[in-house]
Design a binder for this molecule. Structure first.
Ligand code: HEC
Length: 106
């Protein structure tokens, strides 16, 4: 009997209070613009290009045509070349972004 009394009193109370009622919202909150990230991406790719074509990647050899290799084939090449060029983690990401963008497709 005690249980039944609790159920009878709590359930309707819970039901009435279930969550905030958002009935009067007419606008949808704006999402953050993706423009800033794509701008940063473009700047990084440009930096990667510099490293690749005139920077640390040309210390030992000329810049090789990026589309000689697919992105998949570039992975082991970058893995061995990045330490040779002594790139920091930002430069590494920039060169990788540049290479992946211009790698041979398929
Ligand atoms: C310390 C010298 C040195 C630096 C710096 C260097 N490379 Fe190399 N790279 C080599 C040598 C030596 C070879 C040829 C032998 C080999 O493949 O390991 C080579 C070969 C390559 C090849 C041809 C790979 C193949 O399979 O034919 C690519 C592409 C390349 N490097 C890209 C890069 C990139 C990108 C960077 C900058 C991140 C870079 N290299 C920096 C020495 C260097």
């Amino acid at each position: 009997m005690v249980l039944a009394a609790v159920l009878l009193t709590t359930i309707p109370a819970c039901h009435r209070k279930s969550g905030p009622q958002i009935t009067d919202r007419t606008d949808i909150p704006a999402r953050p613009m993706p423009a800033t990230t794509s701008m940063a991406g473009a700047a990084d790719i440009e930096a990667g290009k510099q490293i690749y074509t005139v920077g640390k990647c040309t210390k030992c050899h000329e810049a090789k045509p990026v589309d000689n290799w697919t992105a998949e084939q570039w992975k082991p090449i970058l893995k061995s070349m990045i330490p040779k060029a002594k790139l920091d983690s930002l430069q590494r990401a920039q060169v990788t972004a540049y290479v992946n963008l211009h790698a041979r497709k398929g």
